[in-house]
Ligand binder design. Structure first.
Ligand SMILES: NC(=O)c1ccc[n+]([C@@H]2O[C@H](COP(=O)([O-])OP(=O)(O)OC[C@H]3O[C@@H](n4cnc5c(N)ncnc54)[C@H](O)[C@@H]3O)[C@@H](O)[C@H]2O)c1
Ligand SMILES: [Zn+2]
Length: 378
């Protein structure tokens, strides 16, 4: 990956490829970049939430105005509970009142929640308007903003109502991560680490070797890390836009991670934290069923745990197993596990014995009680 100049990653999807641009300080050039891509007559609506707007709104707006745009701001309530259809409808009504037509462009400035709501809004308003993703959390920068999935939650479950709507461009300024609360910051890092385990040895090595700089949010380190993660996601999405098979590898840690999130009522664990435990469980399973060796398993587990203490997991194994059974009904009647084979290589396995899953859950519970600290990892 090139250093010191903007990383550009192309996502090859029909009908039109688009780019993610990753660079510290990119916000100051956002206007100029959009002026190259959008007609001058575009009406830009910046969709955001208060905590992000307060810190980064002025900077982005200044840049857009300097390039001749006359952006308007749309605010939505902060947090996951706002990710529902009612929010999309309220915003669409606002757009209509403001006279937005097909030339309107939604610029989603915020975390994954803003990205998902903004994406769905853009895909539905007047049957589809342009979208620009400007992600401001690690999770949104490395994951949610790339790939075109949009969604809101239903009472019946997360992300059940959505569309595919790719953005025109993704503008990623790792500098905005400086104001992210620590827990949110770390939770996103597990998704970046996931990218390393799935398919990028060098990225994984960064986590092993430069952990302190990463945790201190060293700007160059973050820029590199995010660019590498986006590149990995872009490669997977380009090869398999709609999750036929390959895109499934991105679900490493998510089979058990989702079950843990649901089982704990979406309150105790952040998504990334649930994925962290899920990756540890998947690694344990891979070891039990002989898909990976103990050295690889140990490295992955240590890399996850070395990013700091994770919240304790107190769920009941039987309930987790029952959850996996319910989830499989909503998929294609088998539970798919993405299991690590070696660093940078995973495989999708669908015949994992129940016993291996319950052993892995036992290991997660043990580690989450602090069972790893004696090894001096934390
Ligand atoms: N579409 C996809 O492919 C995809 C992929 C992964 C996750 N998601 C979705 O993303 C959502 C989670 O995203 P998230 O973790 O970014 O949560 P989030 O959007 O709720 O952001 C987390 C918190 O950080 C705050 N915040 C954001 N940027 C900040 C900044 N720079 N400085 C200070 N505070 C900031 C937000 O206001 C919020 O309080 C979930 O709903 C998940 O389903 C979507
Ligand atoms: Zn995830």
């Amino acid at each position: 990956m090139m250093m010191g100049r903007m990383a550009q990653v192309t996502i090859h999807v029909p009908p039109r490829p688009y780019q993610a641009r990753i660079e510290n300080g990119l916000f100051t050039r956002a206007g100029a970049l959009l002026a190259e891509l959008l007609p001058q007559s575009s009406r830009i609506f910046v969709l955001t939430v208060a905590p992000v707007y307060r810190r980064w709104g002025a900077k982005l707006l200044r840049s857009l105005k300097a390039s001749g745009f006359r952006p308007q701001v749309l605010q939505m309530p902060n947090g996951e509970p706002a990710k529902r259809l009612e929010t999309v409808e309220t915003l669409a009504e606002k757009l209509a009142r403001l006279g937005a037509d097909r030339k309107a462009v939604i610029v989603a400035l915020g975390g994954g929640v803003v990205g998902d709501v903004g994406g769905l809004l853009a895909s539905l308003y007047m049957r589809g308007i342009e979208l620009v993703q400007v992600p401001t959390t690690v999770l949104a920068q490395v994951d949610a903003s790339v790939g075109g999935k949009t969604a809101v939650n239903l009472a019946a479950g997360k992300n059940l109502l959505g569309t595919f709507h790719h953005p025109r461009v993704v503008l990623i300024d790792p500098g905005v991560l400086s104001t992210l609360p620590n827990r949110e910051f770390r939770a996103g890092l597990y998704e970046a680490l996931k990218c390393g385990i799935i398919g990028d040895v060098e990225l994984f090595l960064r986590f092993e070797q430069n952990r302190d700089q990463i945790l201190k949010r060293d700007p160059l380190e973050l820029e590199w890390l995010i660019a590498a993660s986006v590149k990995l996601k872009a490669e997977v999405v380009s090869a398999d836009e709609r999750e036929g098979g390959l895109r499934r590898v991105l679900n490493l840690g998510h089979t058990i991670g989702h079950a843990l999130e649901a089982e704990t009522g979406y309150g105790q664990l952040l998504h990334g934290e649930a994925v962290a435990w899920g990756m540890i469980a998947a690694t344990h399973i891979a070891r039990t069923v002989g898909r990976t060796d103990s050295v690889t398993a140990g490295r992955i587990t240590d890399a996850v745990l070395s990013l700091g203490r994770l919240p304790e997991v107190k769920v009941n194994t039987r309930k987790v197993l029952a959850r996996l059974q319910t989830d499989k009904k909503t998929q294609d009647s088998v539970v798919h596990f993405v299991l690590p084979r070696e660093i940078g290589k995973v495989e999708v396995v669908n015949d994992v014995p129940e016993r291996a899953i319950s052993d892995a859950m036992e290991e997660v519970r043990r580690l989450s009680r602090g069972g790893w600290e004696r090894k001096g990892n934390c």
